[in-house]
Design a protein around this ligand. Structure first.
Ligand code: HEM
Length: 399
């Protein structure tokens, strides 16, 4: 049995009818007999439903260490981890493996991650808008049918053909990376992994945090435009509507605030925020959304007057457009959130404090970004026969 991080998290002891699982180095153990340690209220309850390799190696109970990522551990810590493996093997039955793992391609295609980051880097040096496109592409992939590259499939009635995806870009970068990978490692690296890695690299190239993400996703065979609208957030959504959708993907209110920070890079077409203005009788735009800073609103109306071309765009972050930083949160506090769904984050008492904290401390935003991004990239990941490794990212290989 292969379990995705999301599936594993269901065995965290909160449902008494289910066993409790803990994974170490990608192997999942049934630790139900050790309920007093791993069950609710137990001293190691934070490990339940997770791969706790790093935490065990470091003998740490910090939430941020409860991850399979072993980057930067020293020899002694790896030794401690291997002792834990032996203890678990002696005490608890193995029930399966983690579907995703760090360095999944270590033997099958060791240069896979390097090839993706090289492709993203050269595409970005030719076109600085690429990081924004790749990051949004990931969001639209993962929220509809999970992170399975279903957004890339071409054809009538696919996700890609839905109007909500018209302004999504970055496809050619994924295709370029896949072309290179097919030469060196044919039919090995999934398009779903390429999207996730490319978005991860895009953030780092734009100055954001460098993070390790697990790989091993498989490509989906299903892609329907009908699935797009019910799963993609609209700028007119209330906080409760956004939260409901995020929760349905296993993401929390904190993840919503953190991942919205993606709007610190990239662009938006004028029609994406036209609901904040209204033309008067002479066709001149006026501000209807009074929560917006008036000089910022003037600037937006100048760039996007009534009747503007549908291809005109403005930068999401008017101050540091191409830098992945915490400026988005500073903008929000100055009432310069571009979409209504951005402004809501400071108007709602449940999220304002988090916005203030991120505006004051970029490091804390980056730390949270690492955690929330990891969750985003593992939404409803496909395993085994649920997916395949496509030869071309635009078309399913088998039906
Ligand atoms: C929370 C609700 C969200 C809403 C309502 C929303 C909505 C939008 C809209 C309307 C655009 C402009 C698209 C265009 O006109 O071209 C946009 C751009 C963008 N969004 Fe979001 N978004 C949300 C969350 C996210 C998340 C979670 C991410 C990624 C983690 C993300 C990443 C981006 C990026 C990077 C861009 C710029 C795209 C580009 O430069 O081509 N957004 N978003």
């Amino acid at each position: 049995m292969d379990l995705t991080p999301q599936q594993l998290s269901q065995y965290n002891g909160t449902d008494p009818s289910k066993p409790i699982y803990v994974a170490i180095k990608g192997v999942i153990y049934d630790v139900t007999t050790g309920k007093s340690f791993y069950g609710p209220g137990g001293a190691y309850a934070m490990f339940a439903g997770k791969d706790a390799s790093r935490a065990l190696a470091k003998m740490s109970k910090n939430e941020e260490d409860v991850t399979p990522n072993l980057d930067g551990l020293d020899e002694k810590q790896i030794g401690v981890l291997n002792d834990w493996v032996q203890k678990f093997q002696a005490k608890y039955p193995v029930v399966g493996r983690a579907a995703l793992s760090f360095n999944f391609y270590a033997t099958s295609c060791p240069a896979a991650e390097f090839m993706v980051s090289n492709t993203v880097r050269s595409a970005t040096s030719a076109d600085p808008t690429i990081p924004g496109k790749l990051l949004r592409l990931l969001f639209h992939d993962c929220f509809v049918e999970g992170c399975d590259a279903s957004v890339l499939l071409q054809g009538n009635g696919t996700e890609r053909s839905d109007p909500a995806n018209t302004s999504v870009g970055g496809f050619s970068v994924i295709d370029s990376a896949k072309r290179v990978l097919e030469i060196f490692c044919p039919e090995t690296v999934s398009c779903a992994d390429i999207i996730a890695l490319a978005a991860r690299d895009a953030v780092a190239i734009a100055g954001g945090p460098e993070i390790a993400i697990p790989t091993g996703r498989r490509d989906g065979k299903v892609s329907s435009a009908l699935n797009v609208r019910p799963n993609i957030v609209d700028t007119s959504f209330t906080m409760d509507e956004m939260l409901k959708l995020f929760n349905s993907k296993g993401l929390s209110l904190d993840d919503l605030v953190t991942l919205s920070g993606a709007h610190t890079i990239g662009v938006a077409h004028c029609n994406a925020f036209s609901d904040r203005f209204q033309p008067d009788s002479k066709g001149k735009l006026t501000l209807v959304d009074k929560s917006l800073d008036t000089s910022y609103a003037e600037e937006l109306m100048k760039k996007c007057p009534a009747g503007v071309s549908s291809s005109t765009t403005v930068n999401n972050d008017p101050a540091t457009s191409f830098a992945f930083d915490n400026q988005y949160y500073t903008n929000l506090l100055a009432h310069k959130g571009l979409f209504q769904s951005d402004s809501v984050l400071i108007e709602d008492g449940r999220t304002r404090k988090q916005v203030e904290a991120f505006a004051n401390d970029q490091e804390s935003f980056f730390r949270s970004w690492g955690e929330s991004f990891l969750k985003l990239t593992t939404i409803e990941v496909k395993t085994d026969d649920e997916g395949e490794i496509r030869r071309s990212c635009s078309f399913a290989t088998t039906n």
